[in-house]
Design a protein around this ligand. Structure first.
Ligand SMILES: *[C@@H]1O[C@H](CO)[C@@H](O)[C@H](O)[C@H]1NC(C)=O
Ligand SMILES: *[C@@H]1O[C@H](CO)[C@@H](O)[C@H](O)[C@H]1NC(C)=O
Ligand SMILES: *[C@@H]1O[C@H](CO)[C@@H](O)[C@H](O)[C@H]1NC(C)=O
Length: 552
């Protein structure tokens, strides 16, 4: 009887916990559980790994790697708020252990440095940029890693932390160059090493650094080649293309984007579909995202055909585009949504499948896709000077005026008269001259027309956070797009124009502090620089921009 009980107990134990505790101390057992949990995590068995990590911690609450593992799983599943305390606990317990035992084999320097790097990534996901910067700095002080260094420069850029800017930017470019070494045709290239290469500075980040256009293009080519490789894996038969036709109603235009919604792109494009000559073109919008907001609804109403292709794989989307016999496909996102781990973005993969005879890069970041599967860049001479053609893989298709369009005049008819005067003072608004009010038609009107028009329409500057008098300059770039060079230019304008003020865009508290410090050091009263509330409606934002004579 006793023997049977023992056997049953043993069997139950084995079934319930396959890694049954055989012998050794509690800590060793915990570590065994932890290793098993890590193995499961790497195999993608998140749920089981999570349980096993928790079991580890039940036995040994000082096991830093178990906190770390849980943090990583939560982060992978975008549970960024829950992940944060785990990473914090991981570094705290690891640091304690290191203090107790300098030579600890449980926590090596490499492990500790990577824990801080992961903590930094998680802090960024939680919008805690100042702490993020500290975490990356700590990681680098333990052990240097190119990835952490690159991450640190990015958060420093968000913080407008410009100390040692030139050196850091040069180093970043050097690292970017090195990480691209395998690119065919690139310095010392060896195309066989593609597997070992990694995307250190993705193209959508390269744009915001003062990088050589050659490096920026190479970064884009990197992603283009990875994208093509992914597309080839799908082994689709090449699409048959429709004959390009210019006969009435036979030209089919397709627009592809994930941003057909209430965002800066959506507000720009909202009414643009209705500008097309419907007697000549059939227009289809392919939306990579789903949404239900007023901007989206008006797009759906105004475009002839609106296809929500969210959730469909790139091959399915490409087939849909091809079936609808699209002649010209315009992509407006570029590498905006590229996954840093793979270098591939869904929209680019659709393009790589060549669903239409002509593919155009338009209105996105105004930089090259680096892709052989994109034929033209639709731009203008000012944004894309013909001399720059060699930095683009697309052929330039340059419009006579501006590549940019705007729906503002249609969206805010209450502001049309004021826009008209803004137009005369150099503001590029898509508005036929014939529609200008008669008193604003003369070319020789001075920019003060704007101020007069504002007064006439009861737009009171004070209500929009700017002084009643004086020149208002504005730069609504987000903080990470500011550079010390550009900011120095603003400061010299403030020095040269007494009574002027500068309005800046969205920035973290720490970034604001750095900006004010820069101003003070240049002898400019920081009170002349303001950061208006970024959380206002688009209508309010457009209205408050009106008094800003120079607004970039
Ligand atoms: C990176 O490569 C480009 C292109 O060869 C070169 O012009 C640039 O000087 C390089 N930058 C650095 C920092 O090495
Ligand atoms: C805005 O950001 C872009 C991209 O970084 C930069 O090229 C441009 O100079 C910035 N403009 C201003 C006025 O800061
Ligand atoms: C114009 O209309 C928008 C949206 O309806 C509104 O937010 C804005 O305040 C108006 N501006 C003026 C000057 O009336």
């Amino acid at each position: 009887m006793n023997v049977i009980v023992v056997v049953v107990v043993l069997l139950t134990c084995c079934v319930l916990c396959p890694f049954a505790i055989e012998s050794g101390s509690r800590l060793e057992d915990a570590e065994r559980f932890r290793k098993e949990a890590e193995r499961m995590r790497l195999q993608g068995e998140s749920e089981r790994a999570l349980k096993m990590f928790q079991e580890t911690l039940r036995l040994d609450s000082t096991n830093s790697k178990a906190y770390w593992g849980i943090g990583r799983i939560l982060l992978e599943h975008e549970r960024v708020e829950e992940a944060l305390p785990m990473f914090r606990e991981a570094v705290t317990t690891a640091e304690e252990e290191k203090r107790r035992d300098k030579e600890s084999t449980r926590v090596t320097d490499v492990a500790l440095a990577v824990m801080y790097q992961d903590l930094g990534v998680c802090l960024g996901e939680n919008f805690r940029f100042k702490e993020q910067m500290k975490a990356f700095e700590r990681s680098l002080s333990i052990r240097y890693s190119e990835r952490t260094y690159t991450n640190l420069q990015r958060v420093r850029q968000f913080m407008c932390e410009w100390r040692d800017w030139d050196n850091n930017m040069q180093e970043l470019e050097r690292l970017a160059n090195r990480s691209l070494h395998w690119l065919p045709g690139w310095q010392g290239s060896n195309a066989n090493t593609i597997q070992q290469s990694y995307l250190l500075v993705p193209p959508q980040h390269a744009l915001y650094y003062p990088m050589s256009p050659i490096t920026t293009l190479a970064s884009a080519r990197f992603c283009a080649l990875l994208t093509e490789r992914e597309a080839r894996k799908l082994q689709l038969k090449p699409f048959r293309h429709p004959q390009t036709s210019w006969r009435p109603k036979e030209g089919v235009r397709g627009y592809l984007s994930s941003q057909f919604a209430a965002n800066s792109f959506g507000w720009t494009m909202e009414h643009v579909f209705s500008f097309h000559d419907r007697t000549r073109f059939h227009v289809i919008a392919f939306s990579l995202s789903s949404s239900d907001d007023p901007t989206r609804r008006s797009m759906v109403e105004e475009v002839e055909d609106f296809k929500d292709v969210n959730g469909i794989d790139p091959a399915g989307i490409a087939s849909a585009i091809n079936e609808l016999q699209v002649h010209v496909l315009l992509d407006v996102d570029g590498y905006r949504d590229v996954r840093v781990t793979t270098g591939v973005a869904d929209n680019m993969q659709v393009l790589a499948l060549r669903p239409a005879p002509i593919v155009v890069n338009w209105l996105g970041p105004c930089s090259s896709s680096g892709a052989d599967f994109v034929d033209f860049l639709l731009s203008d001479r000012l944004s894309s000077p013909p001399d720059f053609q060699s930095h683009f893989t697309e052929s330039f298709a340059l419009l006579p005026l501006s590549f940019s369009v705007s729906s503002l005049a249609q969206s805010y008819s209450n502001l049309t008269r004021i826009f008209s005067s803004a137009l005369l003072s150099g503001y590029p608004v898509l508005l036929p001259r014939s529609s200008l009010p008669p008193d604003l038609k003369t070319r020789d009107s001075k920019p003060t027309d704007l101020q007069t028009a504002l007064k006439r329409h009861g737009v009171r500057r004070e209500e929009h956070g700017v002084p009643a008098e004086g020149l208002v300059l504005a730069d609504f770039n987000k903080s990470f797009k500011l550079s010390p060079d550009m900011f120095t230019t603003w400061l010299s304008l403030l020095v040269a124009l007494p009574g002027s003020v500068l309005v800046l865009g969205e920035a973290e508290e720490a970034a604001k502090k750095n900006i004010r410090k820069e101003a003070r050091e240049a002898g400019v009263d920081p009170g002349r620089i303001s950061f208006p509330d970024p959380h206002v409606t688009h209508g309010e934002h457009v209205t408050r921009r009106l008094p800003m004579v120079l607004s970039l």
